[in-house]
Design a protein around this ligand. Structure first.
Ligand SMILES: [Zn+2]
Length: 305
């Protein structure tokens, strides 16, 4: 089917207490692995392209690959810009046919973040395209990062209502204890902070940096308004582990397809696991989204597979 926007998808997820997985894609094998899992799991899916991926593949090429994958799928697929850090990048992606945008003004002063987010929301909404914004900072993992750094960067619940009202953003990335690009699952989320944010705003909330978060903490967060969970590092690790193992098992073969097929399969299985964990599997039906089977999932942690 054609690309869909993330607006109704995330609202349905928030209402149904599940989260849509948003998976970063840089190449054809990753895109195919992600969409194959979505089709088999009957789950909605967001494919997101970062500015790094745009530099790597080219904007039109990346957009065309995701559009082709969506056209061949019978579940809703969104093409999302991940961490667009300026106004121009968002406009270029809007023109290229992205069905969901993100402006990340988290490194800018508060008022500047509001002003640029509001400008992007204004033009995107003319085209019925939703915009994710970021308040607080989800930091990058570095050797010298401290728990205090993470705490200082967290989203302030008392700013959230003001920010959402003044920007008109459709979803909000929140900093509640996760860190980008962590290679081990060690972080617990600040659920009390998430509850306060969730009570202050009525739009879907987004979790970045999930690869470093304990899975039970991710699931608990879904019960308090997290409706989109970004997954990037885990997919990269799975892709490369499979590639290294395939090369080690056959050092003579020269056809890259022999190796990359293992990477594609590894990505697919990680995505499948996440979709089940997030309660998104089985939510796509012929009449739209269904959700009752995943309701109150956060209160029933014993059922996590
Ligand atoms: Zn992120």
């Amino acid at each position: 089917m054609p690309l869909t926007t993330s607006k109704e998808m995330l609202q349905a997820a928030r209402a149904g207490r599940f989260a849509v997985g948003a998976f970063n894609a840089n190449n054809m094998e990753q895109i195919q692995g992600i969409v194959d899992a979505a089709v088999e799991e009957r789950a909605p899916v967001i494919l997101q392209v970062s500015q790094g991926a745009i530099r790597y593949a080219g904007l039109d090429f990346a957009a065309a690959m995701v559009k082709t994958a969506a056209a061949m799928a019978d579940v809703p697929v969104v093409l999302h810009l991940d961490h667009g850090t300026d106004f121009d990048q968002n406009v270029l992606c809007l023109r290229a046919g992205f069905t969901s945008l993100m402006f990340d003004g988290s490194k800018k002063p508060y008022e500047e973040n509001i002003a640029t987010t509001a400008r992007i929301v204004e033009i995107a909404h003319i085209c019925d395209i939703p915009v994710e914004a970021e308040l607080g900072k989800v930091l990058q993992s570095t050797p010298d990062i401290t728990p205090q750094d993470v705490l200082d960067a967290m989203t302030k619940p008392d700013q959230a209502a003001d920010f959402v009202a003044r920007t008109g953003c459709d979803s909000l990335a929140v900093a509640i204890g996760s860190v980008h690009a962590m290679s081990s699952k060690a972080a617990s989320l600040d659920i009390d902070r998430l509850k306060s944010i969730s009570e202050a705003v009525d739009i879907p909330l987004v979790l970045h940096g999930s690869s470093g978060v304990l899975e039970e903490s991710e699931v608990e967060a879904i019960g308090y308004g997290i409706a989109k969970i970004n997954v990037a590092t885990l997919l990269n690790i799975g892709f490369m582990d499979a590639l290294r193992a395939a090369v080690a098992a056959d050092t003579k073969a020269s056809d890259p397809r022999k190796f990359l097929t293992h990477s594609r399969e590894a990505v697919k299985e990680i995505v499948r696991h996440k979709m089940r964990l997030f309660g998104a599997s089985g939510t796509v039906t012929s009449s739209g989204f269904s959700s009752p089977k995943t309701q109150h999932r956060s209160a029933d942690l014993g059922n996590i597979e």
